[in-house]
Design a protein around this ligand. Structure first.
Ligand code: NAD
Length: 358
């Protein structure tokens, strides 16, 4: 498929390639949909094998950001930035500042921040050239680590899912399997233990498993065994694509709600989960706490407001489950419909002519 065919397939608006010979910067910016505002999305750095892989990834990731911003009423469009390079060896001051100048040149059509492969320190350097950044560390005027809000949002996702399936959001007698106890997963474990859950964890990094066991009364299993444990809730907090033909046949849970992006390897898997009576809480709502936090920075950051909006994800999910029931579709499809409807309706208000301010 050609690039324009790929863009047309998911309705992308713009793909920008930037190259700086001096620092060997190769940056890609994708804007999926800017109906609701400037395109907000993190900046990932990865040594893709081919140009095509990089383009596919930036298009896919920016598409997901549109939905996340629209459904959480952050009033931003969806975008994503990629640095095609090796995060261990390619970042120099010139590289990062060249990137900042390209972002500045877009005059706010795109706002970016850290993601996989990029760090707070990198973005303090990028920030010497552009103001169009979010998610900076507190010492540089940002709101700091987003895993606190993200984990709190995932807790709301689990509570909403449990309420939908079991009739009450009391987690005290529930067993939750947490896949990945990194920055978000370990904070989620803390919330779950506080709520009285039995928690089973796994991670490919044995050190973080040991740290989790030392801090909390949890059981641990090997990474592959997490799909077979007896539990009420499965919380994928490691990586995307973990829900596939093989894993969903093994799952014994009634609810799936976790932090990872793009958990469904394919939309058909979401439909199969629904048929099996497993409620899949749409990942882009469940993990939206971090986005809510960085979007709040653009209004002059207020921690209480960001946490309140993250807490509201509970009601947002219940609303989505209600639409799903009414329309007889899985919740992830209901979420997509809510997103499309909001973008379509709000897009139309821009037809109302406003005279220029005198
Ligand atoms: P992280 O890198 O700190 O933690 C991920 C953990 O998962 C690591 O400890 C890693 O060893 C483990 N892991 C990787 N592959 C695994 C596997 N196959 N089985 C078990 N464990 C495995 O990342 P994070 O910030 O905690 O984010 C977790 C997930 O949530 C990621 O997918 C991220 O994209 C997503 N997410 C994070 C945020 C945020 O604010 N941090 C926001 C939205 C979405």
């Amino acid at each position: 498929m050609g690039i324009f065919e790929k863009m047309a397939a998911e309705g992308h608006e713009q793909l920008i390639l930037s190259y700086d010979e001096n620092s060997n910067l190769k940056a890609l910016v994708a804007i999926h949909d800017s109906t609701l505002g400037s395109a907000l999305g993190g900046c990932r750095m990865w040594p893709y094998e081919t140009e095509e892989e990089a383009i596919d990834d930036v298009l896919r990731l920016s598409f997901g950001m549109t939905a996340k911003s629209a459904i959480t009423r952050c009033n931003h469009g969806g975008g994503k930035t990629l640095l095609w390079g090796d995060p261990e060896t390619d970042k120099t001051e010139a590289y990062l500042r060249a990137f900042g100048r390209f972002i500045e040149g877009l005059k706010g059509r795109v706002i970016t921040g850290t993601d996989m492969g990029t760090s707070f320190d990198d973005f303090v350097t990028v920030g010497q050239e552009t103001d169009w950044l979010v998610g900076l560390p507190e010492y540089a005027g940002g709101s700091g680590n987003t895993s606190v809000t993200t984990a709190f949002g995932v807790l709301q996702g689990i509570r909403a899912g449990v309420r939908q399936v079991f009739g009450s959001d009391n987690l005290a007698d529930k067993t939750v399997a947490v896949q990945g106890v990194g920055k978000v997963g370990i904070r989620l474990v803390e919330h779950l233990i506080d709520a009285g859950c039995k928690v089973i964890v796994t991670d490919i990094d044995e050190n973080v498993v040991q740290e989790t066991k030392q801090r909390f009364p949890v059981e641990a299993v090997t990474p592959d065994a997490i799909y077979d444990v007896d539990c009420d809730v499965f919380a994928p907090c490691a990586m995307g694509g973990v829900l596939n033909e093989d894993s969903i046949e093994r799952l014994k849970c009634r609810v799936i709600a976790g932090a990872a992006n793009n958990q469904l390897s394919h939309p058909d898997i979401g439909r199969k989960l629904d048929e099996k009576g497993i409620l899949f809480a749409p990942d882009y709502i469940v993990n939206a706490g971090g986005l809510i936090q960085v979007a709040d920075e653009l209004e002059g950051f207020n921690w209480d407001r960001a946490m309140k909006k993250t807490g509201d994800l509970y009601d947002l999910l219940l609303g989505c489950f209600e639409v799903a029931e009414k329309e007889n579709i899985p919740p992830f499809e209901a979420a997509d419909r809510i997103v499309a409807d909001r973008i379509q309706k709000l897009g139309r208000i821009s037809r109302i002519y406003l005279p220029e301010k005198s």
